[in-house]
Design a protein around this ligand. Structure first.
Ligand code: FE2
Ligand code: FE2
Length: 135
């Protein structure tokens, strides 16, 4: 089952960021699939770490671009990133220490966060980029 179907609502109009978001959605779907298929801890743990590593890469791409383009809302945007990073960091620790399973609820949380963040926060940044082409 596909957790998130990529669709135009998720496009923010910046090709580099859109490509990263697409990859990110793919990784989340892969983790979801592995969970549904009842894959073992090793595989789930690996997919979870890959997702978290890619999240960090993606967030720094956006934050760097926000800095370069002097995006006025960059602090608030970066704060949302930091909050998610802290949450998934805890999730990963709990998983490693056997205090957490990857469940439908965990997947739903990640999906909702990602969807809302892209659709609202990232999209506002995309609109800003479009309104102020790089000189
Ligand atoms: Fe993003
Ligand atoms: Fe973002």
């Amino acid at each position: 089952m596909v957790l998130i179907q990529w669709n135009s609502e998720l496009e923010i109009g910046n090709p580099a960021i859109d490509a990263q978001h697409k990859k990110w959605v793919g990784m989340l779907n892969a983790l979801n699939e592995a969970m549904i298929e009842g894959k073992g801890r090793e595989i789930l743990g690996r997919l979870l770490s890959e997702l978290i590593d890619y999240t960090a890469v993606h967030f720094s791409t956006e934050e760097h671009l926000m800095q370069v383009r002097l995006y006025p809302d960059r602090d608030q945007h970066a704060r949302q990133h930091a909050e998610l990073k802290a949450t998934v960091g805890k999730l990963q620790r709990d998983f490693a220490e056997d205090r957490l399973m990857i469940t439908i609820e965990v997947m739903r949380f990640l999906k909702d966060w990602l969807y809302q963040h892209i659709k609202n926060t990232d999209k506002r940044f995309g609109e800003f980029l479009a309104s102020k082409p790089a000189s």
